[in-house]
Design a binder for this molecule. Sequence first.
Ligand code: AMP
Ligand code: TRP
Length: 333
Amino acid sequence: MSKKIFSGVQPSGNLHLGNYIGAIKNFVDLQNQEGNQCIYCVVDLHAITLRQDPKVLKNNIRETTATFLASGIDPKKSIIFNQSLVRAHAEGSWILGCIARTGWLNRMTQFKEKAGKDKEKASVGLYIYPILMTADILLYDATHVPVGEDQKQHLELSRDIAQKFNSDFNVANFLRVPEPLIQKNFSRIMSLKDGTKKMSKSDPSDLSRINLTDTNDQILNKIKKAKTDGNLMPSEKIELKKRPEVENLLSIYSSLKNQNIEKSIDEFSGKNFSDFKDNLAETVVDKISPISKEIINLLKNEDYIDKILEEGAEKADAQATNKINEIKKIIGF
Ligand code: AMP
Ligand code: TRP
């Protein structure tokens, strides 16, 4: 079945190997499957739910776009744009906010985590962020939304909002109820320093992650210093349960080699760790170095990136404006 895919990534800088394996690599695979129509959005309206420096934000929008392009998202095949260029997102978010119930938003665990102890000081935008995400998806009649596990609850909310709208206004199937696409394997890449913590751009230690803009030497050094244990490489998958760092490094290797973890275990079974790390470093460099070079190259030409975003926004706008006009008619505007 052909799919209409929509996904978004926040332009908050420092995209890393976890983002690549858990999200962007999958975006590219979906784009290259016959019949799929994909829309990939740099969600700058979402980014301002937390305070942003305007200059840094502008750079990050371009850097995230460059990362999409350098990773293989092709503007001839997919629509690439930034959210703030298409007004229907903000408008749709308001209307859908009048459909969603506060009780539904109050259950969102990501808000609780991001707002921390002092919820009263969090922006209202951060609280209603999942409604904006809902508008993003529903405006394009997306059938499938590739996201990480952490976004599953937001997807469920968007399904509830679509269903309530359809039933409140008696327009069965008007808003398409989207399906989440959550990667089964390698959906959580962990920190190189602690196999129980997610690899994250907010980790204070740069050694915990491989940034997509790292040089080859930085990558080699980080893999050399990645935490392991003193044992030899495992020969059975079951051993990984007690060795989270080893599991994580084998997952990174397997994902980049497009093979299952069992095959990687067989490849290195009983060998010294240093043998494996040499191979892993080579694999990561092979994959990431062309991407990082291309990101740096693309960023030299800001006009080109801006043009891709504008052209993408024009295509997105045609679809989203059409949908928001229908929505307005239905609600009586
Ligand atoms: P974020 O940078 O947290 O907004 O995430 C952007 C995308 O990358 C989302 O789809 C996340 O689920 C995914 N992602 C972020 N960190 C990781 C990680 N450590 N492992 C796998 N996927 C991740
Ligand atoms: N909230 C998502 C994240 O932080 C990003 C996002 C915004 C998104 N709008 C979306 C993802 C629509 C999928 C579909 O990762």
